[in-house]
Design a protein around this ligand. Structure first.
Ligand SMILES: C[S@@+](CC[C@H](N)C(=O)[O-])C[C@H]1O[C@@H](n2cnc3c(N)ncnc32)[C@H](O)[C@@H]1O
Length: 884
């Protein structure tokens, strides 16, 4: 097993040899200039490159012990035949580093074979004489025949394992016979073929391949006994002693910054495509309805949007190479800790976590798992659809795949067979390999109706053939969660629903210091919670800063309220905080006040005017203002960050009125938040709801000043603190297409004219802390006037955010420089955790290696070709999946 990720290693070694990046060769298809004669070594009359070559099918780097047999001039590719009989055409770009290495080692001399012209790729290694072919056919069973025999052998063992009286045993036995029969037929056909015109047979065979190893494994390990528990001591699992096993097993989570960033980047791009795909689908449907109506048909009733924009998003993500590609990952997916969530199956496919779009079991087929290694599963989805599943959280009786009428009754309507995923899960028992378990939670409150939560690694410890509730035979696998993986997140999944459970409603919780810091001024109360003392006990030092906008004195004075509406308020705690020196709060600004203030400042601006030609269709005008695109989807999501968003103006008499989807930030946000003690950076803000990517979360509010006035203000106040100030101008760092501006382009924008200051008056947004891996971003918006000098400041979500996650922004380097203790965010890539420049270079090199070793695949924009190949293979695996 290689410690390095094969694909990466290949790339690294090529760069070493070529002295120029691989991409240079790729850009033009091949390295410039005519290929020099290959300096192969002559061995027994054949030319051999005695070096390493990457096998693009398995993506492994392995010693090249084969022969270069042919040179295809048309595309300068080379046919190589490995020692084990595998055949491959290598591009010149792939062969070039090998030649360089060979040359360096003093091997020289042109290959006669390699200079022979050939008409097209994919020919057999050597033109065999008919007689030779006949002999070979008689001696060596053809591939199909081998497969049949292999299947028959596996079925025989399965039959043995299942017991002769069991239906699976019978089925397997039948299969064995059939397989043997087919095998015999194939052998007979081969023998018969020997006597026929071989030339004709050759002509028929479109793409003859060099003989390969049988695709079914030669089973070296006994199949697991039915109903017997298998557990292996750590370090003694059978897979470790199988030299053929060629997958790295991630038994520890790689939570390095690079790994986390790689996953997040892929997820974000997928979600961006998802939003666009939904809009495209809606548009397509409206157009179709219009067409149908024009034809006199009731289009509206006939056409519904497809429910699979997620699949579109997945293919778009893959098409642009932004997904995580590579081999199956066994064990933890690097950068995806227990408790991680996705809101679409396709999202899990894009990060190489669980690939099949439908099937509940993701597995490595026997052909790919290494010679002699049975197929095995990497990930299973517990969706609650199989009526025979029994989920006790830490242990699960997981029903295998097949025989379920998943699309209609969801009943088990047929017996299951020992094949595909079912066989693979048996392989896990044999090999002692864990599977990733993901539970699906359904709720209309989730952005796309469901949430997939990774609950950790489970060992497959037992299998049985079970008569299910419907009287059908089902394979069942007992999964046991590995210890030490923390809390089982999906048990707390009630938090994932949009309405928080009772225990999260403030007056049922401990640690509440204020029920509503906005004093009823917001559409939803904003509680303040200090529950650090629950976990830290006496060691917790109360923070010396002002609690969030809270008039603590009000609470204490408003004794009439305590015990009534404020039943849950921890009175003792409030006294304690007061004793610890909390100061009275600042004033809270409401959206209403804020808008008034902005309107005051904007009095000199003209209210947004709707040109006469757009009176009937204000949204067409909005499109032009927003550079040809409406600002939000019908679901209230931004397409991507923009310099500024023009919203539909409240004075425009828009036909949609207050419900207009393009007046998003003019209404209260849909998501509930609370202020809480972070224990690291004072108070912070967290969400109680699932927030989808690019959703409006809150406005940043405060007093609006002209910049010079504000400078004067901060110079006069005691606390010279600029941390609550936001510039009210369009984002200087973003282009209209969402791409980043270069620093030079950004510098063109001079100084902001207006700022929003939360020093004396603020809303909850002022408690949003900084993070080096933020989940919110600032989106300037224009609503009642269209003067870009004084934009409103809206905060939008950068990604899907799970309930109880802290909401954070990137304050920018200027702020970070001033903090005495440095940044205390917990992000894996936090600037405070970054090593000094010299160390950074070394760490980067090591990080690269780590990422390779992680084997979690790579976001590789240049890997389309390899990915395609992988996809094809996946396609083969998934065909016929009827699961979930
Ligand atoms: C806008 S306030 C955020 C609310 C603040 N935590 C509080 O308790 O009032 C910004 C201040 O919070 C603190 N802060 C925010 N993020 C931080 C971080 N990542 N590391 C250290 N301090 C942080 C700094 O003191 C900063 O000046």
């Amino acid at each position: 097993m290689s410690a390095l990720s094969p694909a990466k290693k290949k790339q690294a070694s090529m760069e070493d040899f070529l002295g120029s990046p691989r991409s240079a060769g790729k850009a033009g298809g091949k390295p410039a200039g005519p290929p020099p004669p290959p300096p192969f070594e002559e061995v027994k009359g054949r030319w051999v490159v005695k070096d390493f070559v990457a096998d693009r099918r398995t993506r492994e780097v392995r010693p090249f012990r084969g022969q270069v047999t042919r040179h295809f001039k048309s595309d300068a590719s080379y046919e190589v035949i490995y020692e084990d009989g595998d055949r491959e055409d290598l591009d010149w770009a792939d062969l070039w580093p090998l030649l360089q290495r060979a040359k360096a080692e003093g091997v020289s001399g042109p290959s006669q074979a390699a200079t022979q012209p050939a008409k097209r790729r994919g020919r057999p290694a050597k033109q065999q004489q008919p007689e030779q072919q006949r002999q070979q056919a008689a001696q060596q069973p053809p591939r199909q025949q081998q497969q049949e025999q292999g299947r028959a052998a596996a079925a025989a063992v399965a039959a043995q394992a299942a017991g002769p009286s069991s239906p699976a045993g019978k089925g397997a036995k039948r299969k064995q016979e059939a397989g043997a029969g087919k095998g015999a037929t194939a052998a007979a056909a081969a023998a018969a073929g020997a006597g026929k015109d071989v030339g004709a047979a050759e002509a028929k065979q479109k793409k003859p391949r060099a003989p390969r190893e049988p695709s079914e494994p030669v089973l070296e390990l006994p199949l697991p006994e039915k109903d017997q528990e298998y557990s292996y001591a750590k370090g003694k699992e059978p897979w470790r002693s199988l030299p053929q096993f060629c997958y790295p097993v991630h038994e520890e989570l790689d939570s390095s910054a690079a790994a986390v960033a790689r996953i997040r980047a892929a997820q974000k791009i997928f979600n961006k495509h998802l939003i666009q795909a939904e809009v495209d689908e809606d548009e397509r449907v409206s157009q179709r309805i219009a067409e149908l109506q024009a034809m006199g048909r009731k289009g509206a009733q006939e056409k519904r949007p497809s429910k699979r924009p997620d699949r579109v998003a997945e293919s778009r993500t893959k098409a642009e190479g932004s997904n995580i590609s590579g081999k199956h990952v066994v064990g933890y997916l690097p950068g995806w800790p227990v408790g991680s969530r996705a809101y679409c199956r396709a999202e899990l496919g894009c990060i190489n976590f669980h690939r099949p779009p439908v099937a509940g079991i993701d597995f490595v087929a026997a052909e790919k798992s290494g010679k002699g290694v049975p197929s095995f599963a990497t990930s299973v989805m517990v969706s609650g659809w199989y009526q025979d599943d029994k989920d006790d959280a830490e242990t699960i009786w997981y029903t295998g795949e097949g025989g379920n009428d998943l699309l209609h009754s969801r009943q088990q309507v047929a017996d299951q067979e020992l094949k595909r995923g079912n066989k693979a899960l048996q392989g896990n028992i044999t090999l002692g390999l864990p599977v990733r378990v993901t539970r699906k939670q359904k709720s209309s409150a989730y952005p796309y109706g469901a949430c997939y939560i990774f609950d950790g690694l489970y060992d497959v410890i037992r299998w049985r053939l079970h008569k299910g509730k419907n009287g059908k035979n089902v394979f069942q696998f007992q999964l046991r969660r590995r210890p030490g993986q923390g809390e089982l997140v999906s048990q707390r999944v009630e938090w994932g629903a949009i309405s928080a459970p009772r225990k999260l409603v403030p007056n049922n919780r401990q640690g509440v210091v204020d029920l509503d810091i906005s004093r009823g001024q917001e559409a939803r109360p904003i509680p303040a919670i200090d529950d650090t003392w629950l976990t830290c006990g006496d060691n917790h030092e109360p923070q010396g800063c002002v609690p969030p906008c809270t008039a603590l004195e009000d609470i204490v004075d408003e004794k009439a309220l305590v015990g009534k509406t404020m039943r849950g308020v921890n009175q003792e705690r409030i006294e304690e905080l007061r004793a610890a020196g909390y100061k009275p709060s600042v004033q809270y600004v409401t959206a209403y006040e804020y808008k008034d203030k902005v309107a005051d400042m904007a009095r000199s601006f003209k209210a947004a005017e709707l040109p006469a030609q757009f009176r009937a269709s204000p949204h067409e005008y909005l499109k032009t203002l927003n550079h040809g695109k409406l600002p939000y989807t019908a679901n209230g999501q931004l397409f991507s960050v923009r310099p500024v968003v023009y919203e539909c103006c409240p004075y425009w008499q828009c036909p949609d009125g207050d419900a207009c989807p393009y007046r998003l930030t003019q209404r209260p946000s849909k998501y509930r938040v609370e202020v809480f003690q972070t224990g690291r950076c004072g108070w912070g803000v967290r969400t109680l709801d699932t927030i989808p990517q690019f959703a409006f979360v809150m406005l940043y509010m405060g007093e609006v000043y002209k910049r010079e006035e504000h400078e004067h203000l901060v110079s006069t106040v005691e606390e010279q603190d600029t941390e609550y100030t936001m510039d009210m101008w369009p984002r200087p760092d973003i282009n209209w297409d969402g791409s980043d501006r270069t620093p030079e382009e950004a510098a063109v924008q001079t100084q902001p004219e207006f700022v929003c200051c939360g020093l004396r008056k603020r809303n909850v947004a002022a408690f949003v802390n900084h993070s080096c891996q933020p989940n919110l971003f600032v989106q300037p918006v224009l609503t009642s006037h269209h003067d870009e000098r004084c934009c409103g400041i809206a905060l939008f979500s950068m990604e899907n955010i799970a309930p109880l996650t802290e909401l954070t922004l990137d304050y920018g380097p200027a702020y970070l420089a001033d903090w005495p203790g440095g940044c205390k965010c917990s992000a894996v890539n936090c600037v405070s955790k970054q090593p000094a420049a010299g160390e950074a270079a070394a760490a980067a090199a090591a990080g690269g290696e780590q990422a390779e070793a992680a084997g979690g695949g790579s976001i590789d924009k240049g890997s389309g070709e390899e990915e395609e190949e992988e996809e094809e293979e996946e396609g083969e695996e998934e065909n016929g999946s009827d699961d979930e």
